[in-house]
Design a protein around this ligand. Structure first.
Ligand SMILES: *Cc1c(COP(=O)(O)O)cnc(C)c1O
Length: 397
């Protein structure tokens, strides 16, 4: 997945242009910037590539989720449905706004189970937030239908799945809002960065204002601008945007390398009858950033994961035991533990996650192994890797 593996001359040239002008900020300083507007340019490129009307860049993927929710008016008392298998950023962004994260089960797609979503809807639900984990997607037709029926927003977290598509459309562009992360380990990187995409003009207008202290961005004197509502600072710098400009040009190339590497590994593992691959919704195409597969039992998955490591195969994850991606280790949310007191409304409304039953998710995540696909592998290395993986798994089943 990581774009940092192919960081090179194009990235350096983009950054150098910013350094030469000395304007590191995305707004203002028109006379000094030698015509360089890296953030604006990256936003235009992303809008075109993702086939949406509007893109707003921010400082991280977590900021993108927070800004996306805020831009749609999500706040205190609102409930946001999110998966039990994701990254902690999902509930961080929800809690940051005083809203309540409602965790629900994932299915064999490793993303939101539409039936579990429907069962979790209450009169306080405002948003359904599928997270397209490890390069592939939720069943967006099913989720879209549920959102339409119950008048809810669909917010896609596509932070791990940029470049993947569903029925020919880029992930992130299908919901009311979509979010990307460009942190250092994502498919394309800005160092740190994120983006909100949408076809909704109001959400876009809210997003750029909210992420810059409420500045209305009218005129070209920042000090004289108005502040129609309270905002915050989630700005991206020109240096980060410059890196992203070089990387976005290489997205298609990155995806095709990942696809080649993924396919070699998948074909090799297909020889093992007990290995079953993650299910991809009809009409979906992954971005091939991870190869995900299930073993018949939790025990076997744990043994296979150990065996892969012992055979020198790095980059394979057993998310079931992971501190950051699965509810079982989120004791800071479950208790909850915060530095200062959380709003009383949130404390009152937060479900008691220590008592919740996510055995339907455990059934899938507990048997899953997820292997990172690298860009820098050369073909001989991958074939050798594939053979070693088959051997390592066969040793334990
Ligand atoms: C990385 C990631 C985020 C957060 O992105 P940052 O840029 O690291 O803040 C959010 N959601 C998912 C699924 C991610 O993988």
């Amino acid at each position: 997945m990581p774009g940092f593996e192919l960081f090179g001359d194009k990235e350096k040239k983009q950054v150098q242009e910013v350094l030469d002008s000395g304007v590191l900020m995305r707004y203002g300083f028109d006379g000094m910037r030698n015509g360089h507007w890296k953030a604006r340019e990256l936003e235009a490129t992303l809008s075109q590539k993702m086939q949406v009307k509007h893109t707003h860049l921010v400082s991280s993927g977590t900021a993108a989720l927070t800004v996306a929710l805020a831009s749609a008016g999500v706040g205190a008392g609102d409930e946001v449905i999110m998966p039990a298998f994701t990254f902690v950023a999902s509930f961080e962004s929800i809690l940051a706004l005083g809203a309540v994260p409602i965790l629900v089960d994932v299915d064999d797609t490793l993303t939101l189970d539409p039936k579990a979503v429907e069962a979790a809807i209450s009169e306080k639900t405002r948003v359904v937030m599928p997270v397209h984990m490890c390069g592939s997607m939720a069943n967006l037709d099913a989720l879209h239908a549920i959102c339409t029926k119950h008048d809810l927003l669909l917010l896609e977290d596509a932070c791990q799945a940029i470049g993947a598509t569903y029925k020919g459309k880029p992930l992130g562009s299908i919901g009311d809002l979509g979010c990307f992360s460009f942190d250092y380990v994502k498919t394309i990187t800005c160092g740190e960065g994120g983006a909100v995409i949408t076809n909704n003009k109001t959400y876009y207008e809210n997003a750029h204002k909210y992420s810059d202290h409420g500045h209305d961005h009218i005129g070209n004197d920042r000090g004289a601008e108005q502040h129609p509502f309270l905002g915050y600072n989630f700005r991206i710098s020109e240096l980060n945007a410059a890196v992203g400009l070089a990387q976005i040009e290489r997205l298609d190339e990155f995806i095709s390398i990942q696809k080649r590497n993924y396919t070699i590994l998948r074909e090799a593992l297909s020889q093992i009858p007990k290995v079953v691959f993650r299910s991809i919704p009809d009409g979906g195409e992954e971005n091939y950033s991870f190869l995900n597969f299930f073993l018949p039992t939790e025990k076997l998955a744990q043994r296979a994961h150990k065996s892969l490591g012992a055979n020198g195969i790095d980059g394979c994850f057993y998310w079931f035991d992971n501190n950051w991606h699965y509810y079982r280790k989120w004791e800071h949310l479950i208790e909850p533990k915060s530095l200062g007191k959380l709003p009383q409304d949130v404390l009152d409304a937060l479900p008691d996650y220590s008592k919740m039953d996510f055995s339907a998710s455990d059934h899938w995540v507990g048997r899953n192994i997820s292997c990172l696909i690298k860009l820098s592998w050369i073909e001989n290395e991958i074939r050798e890797r594939a053979n070693k993986m088959v051997k390592a798994i066969n040793q334990v089943i």
